[in-house]
Design a protein around this ligand. Structure first.
Ligand SMILES: NC(=O)c1ccc[n+]([C@@H]2O[C@H](COP(=O)([O-])OP(=O)(O)OC[C@H]3O[C@@H](n4cnc5c(N)ncnc54)[C@H](O)[C@@H]3O)[C@@H](O)[C@H]2O)c1
Length: 592
């Protein structure tokens, strides 16, 4: 028979604590909410009021339920108020000495049966537990931000936490409507261990002016379907908290350089730019705590005057990407000239485009007349010489440098002056294509995502030789396609793949180390971070061979030891387990 948890305590009512109070009170538990002084207590009360008022405004909570919820919370200054709770969770800043001090005090104040929990993101629960005389009753209960929204809770047991305590906490999480994963005490647990290397890398991209904050964030939202971009997420987490988490993970997690906090973070924290909670971080907000950004990106003046008019577009290639790109341009009103290596290939691409357009008609997204006009705008050819008069060429041939270079050399001879020459490569250096021509200033990368008809993102990759005119023209064309173009420099993986694949590779390494199962890791990222797919689901869809090739490319270019491909990934590829396309990858798809 487990213990009854009816009254709970929450210590620290900041970003996380206030949300955790809301979760408990919303599910009928009595909460003693504790802060360090009267001012912080008022701030905590305001945090809870702000969140519940927003829920009422959105129609997700009735005013009566809000009042009942707030009525279940007893706001107090000082830990002494926790004398009769059954369970207490601490959510004070991420410093070990502070947490140990609080646990020693909780041990004195709370009843002997009470479970003492920490919401730490990265510190050792074991080290926190030994500050008490009841380490077997100490446990990590890691909620995700925002606590009322995210479904996941990571439950961290130490080597001495008793099974009964784990069972009681698991039962409590179920009562709160949360899904849980129970894991051992390791830096960053599942989700943060996979998340923070990625977040830090995004800060490094921003700091190195590799891309703007808007473009980095848009790339990950639109390219991967994430609920927020990494810099906006950093602002939500709080830059001081993020700094501490990275710092602890660096020290506890094997000194992986990717966790060494980017120096910009420290500077921002020192300057009081803590993210949303202070009203300014990577973005500036209406007021502290508000999600409304007030410093939207300014348009680059004079860019429009640089762009060249584009009416005809040549697309070279006959694969999945080429057919998607042909369709996208033709739909947007451009005259498209498709060039393939043979009449049969042209016929196949033509069929693919027509089938795809017909699907649009069946779904009511496209009229029959529009479909016919779109098809009418496409001309089919097998001769590159026909590209002599187009304004833009988009190349989507096989991902082999020698083939692409030869093609660019031919385009250089065939195309008229002033044409924008674009490559859709996802992993080769764009500058190599540019230098195969006598006009490197006119060459740019346009990295479409698959399926091009659907994915709203295009990475616009400028080399050190790309001219402002070429860039402005490319940006304007992508906007006319109804896509979001994000600009970046010519480095392996551009924005999306450089941020995505190391994270996937890390997930494989975590599985390989037997820290958690593929199911738990997938659940952690989906339910804790709002990802549309877990890393193993995504790897099986993308293809393990493709993923390994991209990861190798990143490793070779950046020489970052943490990017070395996971041996398990290599072995699966060698074994022919490539994902859905072969019926088996991380999971067996033949019986599903
Ligand atoms: N921010 C996130 O996204 C996130 C997510 C999951 C877990 N966490 C973890 O939750 C914990 C809290 O982080 P946060 O982001 O909410 O920090 P925060 O800075 O927003 O809030 C911390 C609160 O603790 C209060 N506090 C400080 N000393 C105290 C004391 N002695 N007694 C009572 N209250 C005290 C502060 O006044 C403040 O309100 C950290 O361990 C963090 O790693 C954070």
């Amino acid at each position: 028979m487990g213990r009854e948890i009816n009254t709970v305590g929450v210590v620290g009512l900041g970003t996380m604590g206030a949300g955790i109070v809301e979760v408990f009170a919303r599910n009928g538990l009595s909460v003693v909410a504790v802060e360090i002084d009267a001012q912080a207590l008022e701030r905590g009360r305001a945090n809870l009021a702000g969140s519940t008022d927003r829920a009422v405004a959105k129609g997700k909570l009735s005013p009566q339920d809000r009042d009942a919820l707030v009525g279940r919370v007893d706001f107090q200054v000082g830990l002494a108020a926790l004398h009769s709770v059954d369970f207490v969770i601490e959510a004070v800043p991420e410093h070990l000495d502070l947490k140990q001090q609080i646990f020693a005090e909780l041990d004195r104040v709370c009843p002997p049966h009470a479970i003492l929990a920490t919401n730490t993101s990265s510190l050792s629960v074991t080290e926190i537990s030994v500050a008490t005389h009841r380490p077997h009753q100490v446990i990590g209960v890691h909620f995700f931000n925002p606590a009322p929204v995210m479904k996941l809770v990571e439950i961290i047991k130490t080597v001495v936490t008793t099974p009964e305590v784990v069972a009681d906490v698991e039962a409590m999480c179920a009562r709160l409507g949360k899904a849980d994963v129970t894991i051992n005490d390791r830096a960053g647990f599942i989700a943060n261990a996979l998340l923070f290397g990625y977040l830090n890398h995004a800060v490094t991209m921003f700091e190195g002016r590799y891309a703007t904050r808007e473009d980095i964030d848009a790339a990950m939202k639109l390219g991967c379907g994430l609920p927020m971009g990494p810099l906006a997420l950093m602002d939500l987490i709080g830059l001081d908290t993020a700094y501490e988490i990275l710092d602890t993970m660096y020290r506890r997690g094997g000194r992986d350089r990717r966790h060494a906090p980017n120096p910009l973070l420290k500077q921002m924290v020192t300057a009081g730019l803590l993210g949303r909670k202070s009203g300014r971080g990577f973005y500036t907000y209406e007021k502290p705590g508000s999600p409304v950004v007030v410093d939207a990106a300014a348009a680059v003046e004079g860019e429009a005057s640089l762009e060249r008019p584009i009416t005809t577009v040549g697309v070279v290639g006959s694969g999945t990407m080429a057919s998607g790109i042909i369709e996208v341009f033709a739909k947007a009103g451009y005259e498209v000239l498709s060039v393939t290596r043979g009449a049969e290939k042209s016929a196949r691409v033509c069929e693919t485009v027509k089938t795809s357009l017909n699907k649009g008609v069946v779904r009511g997204k496209l009229s029959e007349a529009d479909r016919d006009q779109t098809v009418g705008r496409i001309t089919w050819s097998t001769n590159l010489d026909h590209l002599a008069d187009v304004d833009l060429v988009v190349e989507a041939v096989v991902e082999e440098l020698s083939v692409k270079k030869a093609l660019f050399a031919s385009l250089d001879e065939i195309c008229k002056p002033g044409v924008v020459l674009a490559t859709t490569t996802s992993s080769l250096p764009v500058i190599e294509c540019a230098m195969a021509t006598q006009r490197p200033a006119d060459v740019i990368g346009l990295h479409f995502f698959n399926p091009a008809q659907i994915m709203p993102l295009v990475e616009i990759v400028s080399t050190i030789r790309t001219s402002a005119t070429t860039r402005a023209t490319a940006k304007s064309v992508i906007a006319k396609l109804g896509k979001t173009g994000v600009g970046c420099a010519d480095r392996a993986g551009f924005i999306v793949n450089a941020l995505l694949f190391p994270y996937l590779n890390d997930a494989v390494k975590m599985l390989e180390a037997s820290y958690a199962t593929a199911d738990d890791i997938d659940a952690a990222m989906k339910l804790g971070c709002g990802y549309p797919m877990g890393p193993f689901e995504l790897l099986d869809v993308v293809g393990l061979d493709v993923s390994l090739a991209i990861q190798r490319e990143l490793y070779l270019e950046l020489r970052e030891p943490g990017f070395s491909p996971a041996p398990l990934l290599e072995h699966l590829v060698t074994a022919g387990y490539l994902g859905r396309k072969t019926g088996r990858g991380f999971r067996d798809h033949t019986h599903r």
